[in-house]
Design a protein around this ligand. Sequence first.
Ligand SMILES: Nc1ncnc2c1ncn2[C@@H]1O[C@H](COP(=O)(O)OP(=O)(O)O)[C@@H](O)[C@H]1O
Ligand SMILES: [Mg+2]
Length: 269
Amino acid sequence: MLWEVIMKIISFAAVKGGVGKTTLTFNFAEYLIGQGKKVLLVDSDHQGSLSHIYGALTETDTLYDVFTGQNIDLHKINDQLSILPSSPELDRLEATLATRNNQNLLFMMWLQDNVEEIQDFDYILIDCHPDFMTITKNMIAVSHYVISPLEPSEFGFMNLGIFNARMEELKQETIDIRTRESYIDAKTLYVPNMIKHNTKSSREFLDSVAQFDNVATDLSVPYREVFNKSTLENKSVFTLLEEQNNQSAHTLYKQLDDIFSHLTERISQ
Ligand SMILES: Nc1ncnc2c1ncn2[C@@H]1O[C@H](COP(=O)(O)OP(=O)(O)O)[C@@H](O)[C@H]1O
Ligand SMILES: [Mg+2]
């Protein structure tokens, strides 16, 4: 399909909340913008954290309208960034979507129908609600990669297993009847997040997941206060570290820049 060759679509998804989906979506978007890329953000979490960060909580032109078949305009933040905001009503759609034909492919059809509007973007980054329901499935269905943050705990390990199983089910349930091929192409990449390097539990966690080839232990995101500050103040970690302008901020800036740079390389494959 056309958009598949002109841009990369990445969903940030997990079965659990509080693992860093929104934080990573926001900061990765800001990283890409810093690299001169054009980014479209899609907020498919009805809690609207990402929309809030960009002051884009609105009642018009939201993802809800997309799913109910209305024409919408993307919210332009600046020349490099637009957002398709969430709506607090979004979760109420689940019941109605359940009765629709091709219920997992509605957003894919919207992208096809609106390729003119989206073809200028280099990346679409999608922030999902922590679930594996119809709206999340729609987001995964259009994605090249699903990035699933893993927190360093036994829950992180458990969530990896659950998420893998859900992805497999989704692939099997979303097939073209004639060819028997799945519409779901997305590769899953697990990114350990909030890793405390000097703790035994983080080390044990990384050791335990290193056996899986889709866990990017080399892209592990460290636990750093600047991420908390980032979501509180709606500023990227890069902006915050530039403002700090001291040696330890420079070092961390370089470290995070490297992680996002490697992530960009990884998802280009
Ligand atoms: N690497 C990190 N270091 C420190 N705090 C983090 C990190 N990643 C996320 N956080 C914090 O953890 C909390 C949950 O993150 P959030 O992105 O909202 O999770 P989700 O979107 O998965 O529910 C937020 O307060 C965020 O600032
Ligand atoms: Mg979130």
